[in-house]
Write a protein that binds this ligand. Structure first.
Ligand SMILES: [Zn+2]
Length: 447
């Protein structure tokens, strides 16, 4: 009995959350699984009980929230997985539970109220359109995850019937949450990190100048600017705003590699991420004995570096929050069937990734990228936008690129929001990912 009590109090969470444990089924026999709600109480997942007692999990938003909400058949994923414990506990009024126990009826499980803003989620889902890719939207001051989209998507309402088909199609990996598990070359959004490293190694960034002819050659290696555009005379800020590969390849060759590695690792490359979602670690594998070509490629976000959209959203949120990363979270609180709060989650500081000075420089450069650079489609709005585009090559010898944008926006009376967006194989960051960001910002600041 003592062991059982210990087990219930201290171990129950980890055991129930293990979807392969048969005890999960024991709980499920006594409790009707609770619902998953958005921040305004909109139902994202609920268990519907028919007259004959059959329970069906229903997802009113279908594929819009597919990967973030997840599923609970054939194992579990997303919120359905890591919030499993809460939904299989019932804090319904005690007399009601007593009555249900005596009459052999099930109790109603607690509901999980998330930080998802369903309007922003819908806007992000629609904005990505028919592209494969991912979008993550985070509130930098709190770490609240407001939206998470991954495509190709699936309909969780028909997943059981579609399971064999979806899991046999290994090419498209529909069930993979690309937001947290998709590893991509970052392309030019990585110049944010290269810029910080340059700032760390050089007291006066104002001393930097470069004359871009459209390409940059060192030894036998040549780096080209996007479209071979000659950007002319530049300082660090214009190199950043125009996303000049030649200038950044030049910068890369001046950097102290081991210091660069330290910076990236403190910015959560090759590291665990603070999240309950299943995820892949971003990788930064530059070493001090790397050759010239590898260093130049890495400095412009090509080379061996791989990132997840979620990780890049965290970096962006930290920049917006003056260098401080707030621990990302998506469960705001749990409540019983009557809406009485059971457990509250709050924001907490994860750590300082960039100094205030470094963040200020990046904020300034990201604003300039909007006013005078590759993200100019975001200028002249009712809000102030900041960002960095990327057009990441992903096949050797091909000009095809993934379209990237990381950035944030602010407006009086609103909390800032930060986004990381990738549209696979869609072309340049400016032409596809920036307009997607605009749709998300427009929706967020419309309320
Ligand atoms: Zn250039």
């Amino acid at each position: 009995m003592a062991y059982f009590t210990y087990f219930m109090i201290f171990r129950a969470e980890s055991v129930i959350n293990n979807s392969y444990n048969s005890r999960t089924e024991t709980f499920a026999q006594k409790v009707i699984r609770g619902s998953i709600l958005s921040s305004d109480g909109t139902v994202l997942a609920e268990t519907v009980v028919s007259d004959d007692g059959t329970e069906t999990r229903s997802y009113p938003y279908g594929s819009v929230c597919a990967h973030v909400v997840g599923y609970t058949i054939q194992g579990k994923s997303g919120i359905e997985s890591f919030a499993n414990f809460y939904m299989l506990r019932s804090h319904a009024p005690i007399l009601e539970r007593l009555f249900n126990d005596i009459t052999d009826n099930k109790n109603e499980g607690d509901n999980v109220v998330t930080t998802i803003d369903i309007d922003v989620q819908k806007a992000a889902y629609n904005a990505l359109g028919s592209y494969d890719g991912a979008i993550v939207v985070i509130q930098p001051s709190t770490g609240k995850i407001l939206a998470m989209v991954s495509k190709p998507e699936f309909d969780p309402n028909t997943l059981e019937a579609d399971w064999d088909l979806l899991t046999s199609d290994s090419d498209s990996s529909v069930l993979l949450n690309r937001a947290t598990q998709g590893l991509y070359p970052p392309g030019s959004i990585f110049k944010v990190l290269t810029t910080v490293e340059y700032i760390r190694e050089n007291d006066k960034v104002s001393g930097y100048s470069f004359d871009c002819t459209g390409s940059f050659t060192s030894g036998s290696s040549t780096i080209h600017c996007y479209g071979n555009t000659a950007h002319g005379s530049e300082d660090l800020k214009t190199s950043f705003a125009k996303s000049c590969n030649s200038s950044f390849a030049n910068i890369g060759l001046t950097l102290n590699i081991s210091s660069f590695v330290s910076l990236c690792e403190s910015a959560l490359f090759n590291s665990d991420l603070p999240t309950s979602f299943e995820y892949k670690k971003s990788s930064f594998s530059l070493t001090s004995d790397a050759d010239t070509d590898e260093i130049m490629q890495t400095a412009i976000g090509q080379g061996q570096t791989l990132v997840t959209p979620f990780h890049m959203a965290l970096i962006t949120a930290a920049i917006a929050n003056d260098g401080v990363l707030m621990t990302p979270y998506i469960i705001d609180h749990t409540e019983n069937k009557n809406g009485v709060s059971v457990k509250e989650f709050s924001s907490s500081e994860y750590g300082t990734i960039f100094t205030e000075h470094e963040s200020e420089v990046l904020q300034n450069y990201m604003a300039y990228t909007v006013s005078n650079g590759t993200a100019s489609a975001l200028s002249g709005q009712s809000y102030d936008a900041y960002g960095k585009t990327g057009s990441a090559e992903y096949i050797d010898g091909s000009d095809d690129t993934h379209s990237w944008f990381i950035g944030y926006a602010s407006k009086d009376g609103y909390e800032d929001i930060a986004v990381a967006i990738i549209a696979e194989g869609a072309g340049s960051g400016s032409s596809v990912a920036v307009p997607i960001a605009k749709e998300i910002f427009d929706e967020y600041f419309s309320k």
